[in-house]
Design a protein around this ligand. Structure first.
Ligand SMILES: Cc1cc2nc3c(=O)[nH]c(=O)nc-3n(C[C@H](O)[C@H](O)[C@H](O)COP(=O)(O)OP(=O)(O)OC[C@H]3O[C@@H](n4cnc5c(N)ncnc54)[C@H](O)[C@@H]3O)c2cc1C
Length: 580
């Protein structure tokens, strides 16, 4: 166990005490319309409670009957993650509404997960699994279900020479780390940094390192350099629908390995721990924020086309990550990173794009800002406090671990009721061959909605080492040629369905959701056949099998049928969910 996991365990102890105040779940048993049939008797729930060491708990949505203080706490992603019934999103118009499972197994070990799986299967109860509760599509919850809540499982182990179980003699060991199911990326990054290593994970500090992110591909700021979360999976321990604990790696259950390398969370089983490849820690990072603002629509249209032309020649390589943004106010926003590239060189690349607008001050206001840091400081809140305190928000609770923080920019995604959310990969070849058409579509979309062009969620320009790993995953093949993922989203923040005075507005949702449909329509028209990232896809996605996994879908479905022939694990638009 590393220093980080000890601190995590200490942090957890207080939370376990708080949740202990919940009524023993067995008390709430009895007749109930389960989502899949008759609800198990109290005696059965009591037996499960005993089997899991008294860790069967009741759950509720924390915003129901909440005090003003609770509504303040709901603005803290880490507090949310400590509540068994909380979710980071509260619903999606016309799609899903947050619900709490009557019961949860507060899993602390793999045998707790096995007990929950067997109980749900034998009693015909819908089973759901939640680590951090970040899912946009509501796949981490269901009414009248049993929840497996993995938050307490956060031990991290670093390995200098990891050899997968069952590997033939002579298999070269790798640097790796094993994280338990509830681990958040901030914890994984700290452990890796302390060991002088890097692990390829998500941008948001509070997203989980083992559930929806890693098994649904998972992109971080440096994916073009180190590849996807799924590509980094060396081994996983998975409880499948039959209640078996399987060790999955290239030599043992290789089919299932393909399934969980991008086939999606909550689909093939419940993962109790995963071992991820680590890399030597990068040396430096440049960050560009700020914007270019055009003072007329015509100037903005020109700027967009210049960017579309610039990306393939200037940014299409593994050094670059994060995003640029377009919007109705004629602003082009920077939130780009450059990894392991000298500061002058990174600035010079950006200057090639920016210079042409700087020389026309009557038409453009040009304001990029640069930061340059040693990479090891990236996940160190003390560093951010010393250079740019507004960049991060520290967890203000006195009992919170002192390293716990989130990027201030992620605050907007908390307590979100989604009006709409759509994404689409944009091919670099298309940008190169048809910049005018792409730029026109971007411009027309930008009149209706802001959107980001997230370069680290498209893998063209990916480092060859990372590409070799990602090609073994279930990722939609169209991502390999994609410059970026365009994401268009709209939400009503801190809105809680059913809570008087805090309900989301259906009218707003319809209007803003409609804008997204129209705006994305322009982009779809010029990118026929382009796929999308399954973890950040539209709830109403059409032809979702092809759009999310492309030619990999038939193989994913075969694996699903082999390991879960009754579709015991099923999530919205997950592999096999059409066969219900
Ligand atoms: C603020 C914010 C920032 C984000 N940033 C990024 C980003 O930088 N890059 C990116 O790629 N994505 C990002 N996402 C999307 C994120 O990857 C997905 O929401 C993902 O589903 C989260 O996974 P989780 O395990 O943390 O969340 P959860 O909601 O706990 O789980 C999500 C899904 O995974 C399944 N699951 C959870 N635990 C397990 C388990 N142990 N075994 C099997 N299945 C499990 C659940 O069934 C559910 O379907 C972000 C989301 C938010 C809200």
């Amino acid at each position: 166990m590393t220093e980080i996991s000890r601190r995590t365990v200490l942090g957890t102890a207080a939370l376990v005490a708080a949740a202990g105040a919940m009524a023993p779940a067995a008390r709430a048993g009895g007749p109930r319309a389960g989502s899949m049939g008759t609800w198990p008797s109290r005696a059965k729930w009591r037996a499960l409670d005993k089997q899991v060491g008294g860790r069967l708990i009741t759950t509720s949505l924390p915003w129901v009957n909440a005090t003003p203080q609770t509504f303040e706490l709901l603005k803290n992603p880490f507090w949310n993650e400590e509540q068994p019934g909380a979710l980071q999103s509260t619903g999606w118009y016309g799609a899903w509404t947050a619900a709490a499972s009557p019961y949860a197994v507060r899993a602390q070990k793999t045998s707790d997960i096995v007990a929950a799986v067997n109980f749900a299967r034998e009693n015909n109860v819908k089973l759901v699994v939640k680590g951090t509760g970040h899912d946009y599509l509501g796949r981490n919850m269901a009414p009248d279900s049993l929840l497996v809540w993995t938050h307490d499982m956060r031990t991290i182990t670093m390995h200098d020479a990891f050899v997968p179980q069952g590997a033939p003699t002579g298999t070269a060991p790798v640097h790796a780390m094993t994280v338990e199911a509830g681990t958040r990326w901030l914890e994984a990054y700290r452990a890796a940094t302390l060991a002088g290593r890097f692990v390829s994970g998500g941008g948001c500090t509070s997203v989980g390192a083992c559930g929806g992110f890693t098994f649904g591909s998972g992109f971080g700021s440096f994916s073009k350099r180190f590849g996807t979360g799924s590509g980094g999976i060396v081994q996983a321990e998975i409880v499948t629908a039959d209640g078996k604990v399987r060790t999955v790696n290239e030599f043992s259950e290789p089919d299932l390995l393909f399934g969980v390398r991008g086939g999606g969370g909550g689909t093939y089983g419940i993962v109790s721990r995963v071992t991820l490849l680590t890399h030597p820690i990068p040396s430096t990072l440049g960050i560009i924020t700020g914007s270019i603002t055009a003072n007329s629509d015509a100037a903005y249209r020109e700027l967009i086309e210049k960017f579309v032309e610039f990306y393939p020649v200037g940014l299409d390589n593994w050094h670059w990550g994060e995003s640029v943004a377009f919007g109705p106010n004629n602003e082009f926003g920077f939130r780009l990173t450059f990894l392991d590239m000298p500061e002058d060189q990174g600035k010079a690349v950006i200057e090639r794009f920016v210079g042409q607008f700087r020389s026309r001050p009557d038409e453009f206001t040009v304001d990029p800002k640069f930061q340059f840091l040693e990479f090891k400081n990236l996940w160190n809140p003390d560093y951010w406090d010393s250079v740019d305190p507004d960049f991060i928000t520290r967890d203000p609770r006195p009992e919170a671990p002192d390293y716990q923080y989130w990027w201030t920019g992620n605050q907007g995604e908390l307590g979100a009721f989604w009006n709409g959310y759509q994404s689409r990969w944009i091919s670099t070849d298309l940008m190169r061959s048809n910049p005018t058409e792409i730029a026109e579509a971007f411009y027309r979309a930008s009149r209706l909605r802001s959107f980001i062009f997230q370069v680290n969620k498209g893998l063209s320009g990916e480092h060859p080492e990372a590409r070799a790993r990602d090609e073994k995953t279930a990722l939609h093949p169209g991502c390999f040629d994609a410059a970026a993922l365009v994401i268009m989203a709209s939400s009503q923040q801190y809105k809680y369905p059913g809570i008087e005075g805090r309900k989301p507005s259906a009218k707003t949702a319809r209007e803003l959701g409609g804008d997204i449909n129209r705006a994305m329509g322009f982009i779809k028209d010029v990118t026929p056949g382009a796929g999308t990232y399954s973890t950040e896809a539209d709830f109403f996605l059409e032809d979702w099998q092809r759009n999310q996994w492309g030619s990999n879908y038939p193989r994913l479905l075969r694996i699903k049928r082999k390991y879960d022939p009754t579709n015991f694990f099923r999530v919205h638009h997950g592999v096999g969910s059409e066969e219900l």
